[in-house]
Design a protein around this ligand. Structure first.
Ligand SMILES: *Cc1c(COP(=O)(O)O)cnc(C)c1O
Length: 249
């Protein structure tokens, strides 16, 4: 559900076919150019907007092609898939940075803390407890973003808007500087701009610097509203091989 359909006819290869290195490199270059244009249009520096390449459901070879094209920051939405795909890639590319962007069950918190550099989906007190506990056991605390259910949609993850200020404050006290910012997925089929503006207002109120918002279909609008991280999948890797399995949370 939160896996908003992208109207962009981006795929350069058929779902399920072997990932094409030239297509992935060309898509990455095109997306980077669009990010730079959107940043400049907003009076921002292109390097202030980080591209997070969302590779969920795509094979490790697709990630390898992106790495070869200079992309180091990736995102998965499932812990198990990240665990299967990323350890060998990280061994080959120590500078690789992995974000987790899917709804996180408390019983996966320990694996998430072990695997991820950034967990974008901290959205409830029990998960904060589980992450704190896992961090103590693992001796490692990833960067954390609070996911706000910015459209207050029943089917979506994220802390409800009315509870967000108190939760962000509590996470700030608990995790200190590791709590770096906020993430949202606006309602599908609505103008995302007011939702991006609302998330930016939450971040400004709490003095948080990281704003993860914007996907293939709407990242330019997100950048206009201050996104520091855009999460882009299909515009880079093409249509997901198994759409039914992609990211309902
Ligand atoms: C899948 C996903 C994306 C990427 O979506 P695209 O439309 O393919 O760019 C971004 N954010 C989240 C949370 C996702 O689950």
């Amino acid at each position: 559900m939160s896996d908003a359909p992208s109207p962009d006819p981006a795929p350069d290869f058929a779902p399920g076919s072997a990932p094409d290195p030239a297509a992935i490199a060309a898509n990455l270059a095109a997306v980077r150019a669009r990010i730079a244009t959107a940043a400049r249009r907003a009076g921002r520096a292109p390097e202030d907007v980080a591209l997070v390449a969302v590779c969920k459901t795509h094979p490790a070879d697709a990630v390898r092609h992106a790495l070869a094209a200079g992309q180091l920051r990736f995102a998965e939405n499932r812990v198990q898939e990240a665990a299967a795909k990323f350890p060998p890639l990280r061994a080959a590319y120590p500078a690789l940075c992995l974000h987790l962007i899917g709804g996180l069950q408390t019983n996966k918190a320990r694996d998430a803390v072990r695997l991820a550099d950034v967990i974008e989906t901290l959205d409830r007190p029990r998960l904060a407890d589980a992450i704190a506990d896992a961090a103590a056991r693992e001796g490692r605390l990833p960067t954390l973003l609070v996911q706000v259910n910015i459209g207050d949609e029943a089917q979506k993850s994220g802390i409800p808007r009315a509870a967000a200020d108190a939760f962000i404050t509590a996470c700030r006290h608990r995790f200190g500087a590791a709590l770096a910012g906020l993430m949202c997925i606006p309602p599908a089929a609505a103008d995302p701009a007011p939702y991006f503006a609302a998330l930016a207002a939450f971040a400004a109120r709490h003095g948080l610097g990281v704003l993860s918002m914007g996907m293939s279909a709407d990242f330019e609008a997100a950048i206009a509203h201050g996104a520091t991280h855009v999460r882009i999948g299909s515009a880079i890797f093409g249509a997901r091989p198994h759409p039914a399995a992609a990211g309902t949370h």
